[in-house]
Design a protein around this ligand. Structure first.
Ligand code: ATP
Ligand code: MG
Length: 234
């Protein structure tokens, strides 16, 4: 599904340059549920941005479904990003002027889908996150946990095979965090969605069969999903 080969990245400022990723090699297989952990500043977000085609490496190759992403033109990159990924961020990133339904439908607009179909798919996605009754509400009328569920609905509305979540529970209390994690577990377990979650929360990481630990721009540890069976038995 996703392969990262020898990826290196340096942020270049006017006065100095900062090497941020050093020869990262990683593979995520279809259907995995993967936690990406590590101290603050260990470059987790940098790596997620590269995987999600929001940024490019200086060296190395990122392949998605076998496609070398460096070879793609901008429009092809945007189309691939829209088709393959759902994104969930710590700060929700909902548009305040839009209802939950319209926020959720937004990725479909970029696909050129008609309004009736967009609304129908948005309603289905909101139902999957338990917010069907809130479709007409605006983000400011919702709790943090509900906003994040809207963001999850937006991420899954186009049925992407891969969900990338960067500290999705970072702004939530433990109950709301639990609800979001339960959604990820269902999406992964019942719908086969591959999920990568950046998290500082050990209880979230503990529920992911695969755990990758980063330190200072390198992968320090990777259980390669060895605990999958053990976790499934819990
Ligand atoms: N656009 C940028 N230009 C220059 N430096 C950057 C840029 N983005 C991030 N950095 C630096 O890269 C380093 C890694 O940042 P990154 O956000 O990837 O870490 P992180 O593991 O996600 O941290 P956190 O857990 O706090 O979110 C930091 O030192 C940061 O200051
Ligand atoms: Mg980060």
């Amino acid at each position: 599904m996703l392969s990262i080969e020898n990826v290196t990245k340096t942020y270049r400022g006017r006065a100095c340059s900062l090497p941020v990723l050093t020869r990262v090699n990683q593979e995520v297989r279809r259907g995995e549920l993967c936690a990406l952990t590590g101290a603050s500043g260990s470059r987790k977000t940098t790596l997620m941005n590269l995987i999600g085609l929001l940024d490019q490496p200086d060296e190395g190759t990122i392949r998605l479904d076998g496609t070398d992403t460096a070879a793609l033109r901008d429009d092809a990159t945007a189309a691939l990003r829209n088709r393959l990924f759902g994104f969930v961020f710590q700060a929700f990133h909902l548009l305040p002027r839009l209802s939950a339904r319209d926020n959720v439908a937004l990725p479909l607009l970029y696909r050129g889908m008609g309004k009736v179909e967009r609304r129908a798919l948005a309603a289905t996605a909101l139902e999957r996150v338990g917010l069907a009754a809130r479709a007409g509400h605006h983000p400011e009328e919702m709790s943090g946990g509900q906003r994040q569920r809207v963001a999850v609905a937006r991420a899954i509305v186009g049925n992407p095979p891969l969900l990338l979540a960067d500290e999705p529970t970072g702004n939530l209390d433990s109950q709301a965090a639990d609800d979001i994690m339960a959604l990820f577990l269902t999406l992964n377990g019942e719908h086969g969605v591959t999920v990568v979650i950046v998290t500082h929360d050990p209880t979230i990481a503990a529920r992911c069969p695969r755990r990758i630990v980063m330190r200072a721009g390198r992968v320090r540890d990777d259980n390669r999903g060895a605990l999958r069976d053990a976790v499934c038995l819990l």
